[in-house]
Design a protein around this ligand. Structure first.
Ligand code: SAM
Ligand code: SF4
Length: 431
């Protein structure tokens, strides 16, 4: 979501005649788009901002803006501590960069802060200019904010209440993107499954998928992220029935322990979660499932942790994102008893990651010899002789090919499984 916001920031800057500088020293404007989901991201931001002090000393005309979730939460504190920051704007106010860049940038009195959470944020009421990378895959926001208030999470405080974007705006954006040649759309939101709840029209996420599915030229649809509680039978059937739907779901479980899930305020038990996975696998047998895990949430005993390990072994995810629990301002988890020692959090994290490495590699090995449909995205970042693309199940596949294939769907026979990708060879047909 932050990367998508950065695309909007770059789009606004490009429209106001700001190109990309070759180095920080040559920049006229620096925008730091921040993430506050975990403490580590916040620390990185503060050390980067500290580094800019000297750059600004050597170039007093430089303007520094801070965007994103840290800007939203720490606005005043940033201004006080870093007198050389000129502009602060939160995720709901990305459009305010347009006005600041065009008027205030010329002025010496340009310290401004735009962090009010808005019922109709600028990006919801108008389509902001956007600089998208590549011409194959694009993200499209469908829902902003979150109402779930998981006990560990800052998102409801930094991105505000859940607001669905009108379906006509989403439809028009996807039509425009396919007109520009984009082939795959990822619908974005903190909880896409609850799409439509606050809209005047009667529409839910499945209806939205069906609407978008009709758009000519669009070949693939993905979405992220889903909340396990809101996965409905209707959605599963829609995913099964629409041929353009990719066969992958990212369904964050967070923990395998019911006690921890309740204290996280997740709204489901492990059994509920597993039932949803079983329903998905019954409807779409080759679906890939990925997840998020938090280790060392307050009160997590060895037994609770073992239940998470058991969940990983039982479900056999295609991939996971795992994190140590990180204390975040304003969140309910701060007040919970029995916070876990950092060393134990780290040990549990590395245990989980090691276990998953084996499962992921095993799953990749099972794909050797299979012929798969790949949407070619571009040249491989690690080998400029290879092309890269993704399967319907979101696995990365590299292969020798012709750059003319970029944007096309090709059939690839998997020759070799690697830890994080597959290597294959182009074939003419499924045979
Ligand atoms: N909305 C999505 C959901 O409900 O799963 C994802 C939101 S969050 C941006 C992405 C992931 O970051 C979460 O699934 C969670 O695993 C992790 N996360 C959020 N807050 C965290 C915290 N305080 N400490 C560690 N991990 C955290
Ligand atoms: Fe955060 Fe929970 Fe909302 Fe996801 S659902 S954004 S984890 S509060």
């Amino acid at each position: 979501m932050n990367v998508h916001d950065s695309d909007k920031i770059v789009g606004i800057l490009s429209e106001s005649d700001h190109g990309t500088a070759d180095s920080i020293e040559e920049a006229d404007v620096i925008v730091l788009n921040t993430c506050s989901i975990r403490q580590k991201a916040e620390q990185k931001f503060y050390s980067e901002l500290g580094r800019l002090r000297t750059i600004k000393k050597n170039n007093p005309d430089l303007k520094i803006a801070v965007a994103g979730c840290i800007a939203q939460q720490q606005g005043d504190a940033i201004f006080k501590k870093f007198p050389y920051v000129d502009f602060i704007f939160g995720p709901d106010n990305i459009d305010s960069l347009q006005t600041w860049i065009s008027s205030r940038i010329q002025s010496t009195d340009n310290r401004q802060q735009k962090t009010a959470l808005r019922e109709n944020p600028g990006y919801q009421t108008k389509i902001l200019p956007m600089k998208r990378i590549g011409r194959v895959r694009a993200w499209v926001s469908i829902i902003y904010g979150c109402d779930n208030f998981c006990a560990y999470c800052v998102v409801p405080y930094t991105r505000g209440r859940e607001r669905s974007r009108p379906c006509k705006d989403i439809y028009d954006e996807v039509v425009s993107l396919t007109g520009q040649g984009f082939k795959e759309i990822t619908l974005l939101g903190q909880n896409v499954n609850s799409y439509g709840k606050n809209l005047p029209e009667k529409i839910d996420f499945s209806d939205l998928l069906r609407m978008i599915h009709e758009i000519m030229g669009l070949q693939r649809i993905r979405f992220v992220t889903s909340h396990p509680r809101d996965i409905s039978e209707k959605l599963i059937n829609t995913m099964r029935d629409l041929p353009k739907m990719c066969k992958h779901i990212h369904l964050p479980v967070q923990s395998g322990s019911d006690k921890i899930l309740a204290s996280m305020n997740r709204g489901y038990s492990y059994r509920d979660y597993k039932n949803k996975i079983d329903m998905l696998k019954a409807a779409i047998p080759d679906i890939a499932v990925t997840t998020d895990i938090i280790t060392g949430f307050p009160g997590e005993t060895d037994e609770d942790f073992q239940l998470t390990v058991n969940a990983l072994s039982e479900i056999e995810y295609d991939g996971i994102f795992a994190f140590k629990y990180s204390e975040r301002p304003d969140t309910k988890a701060l007040a919970l008893p029995d916070h876990i020692d950092e060393t134990i959090k780290s040990e549990r994290l590395s245990h989980i990651l090691k276990l998953q490495e084996v499962i992921t590699f095993q799953k990749n090995m099972e794909m050797e010899g299979q012929v798969l449909e790949i949407l070619v995205e571009g040249m491989s970042e690690t080998d400029d002789k290879n092309l890269t693309g993704r399967t319907l199940t979101n696995k990365i596949v590299n292969f020798r090919g012709d750059p003319d294939d970029i944007g096309n769907i090709v059939m690839i026979k998997v020759k070799e499984a690697r830890q994080h990708s597959l290597h294959g060879e182009k074939v003419k047909s499924r045979k």
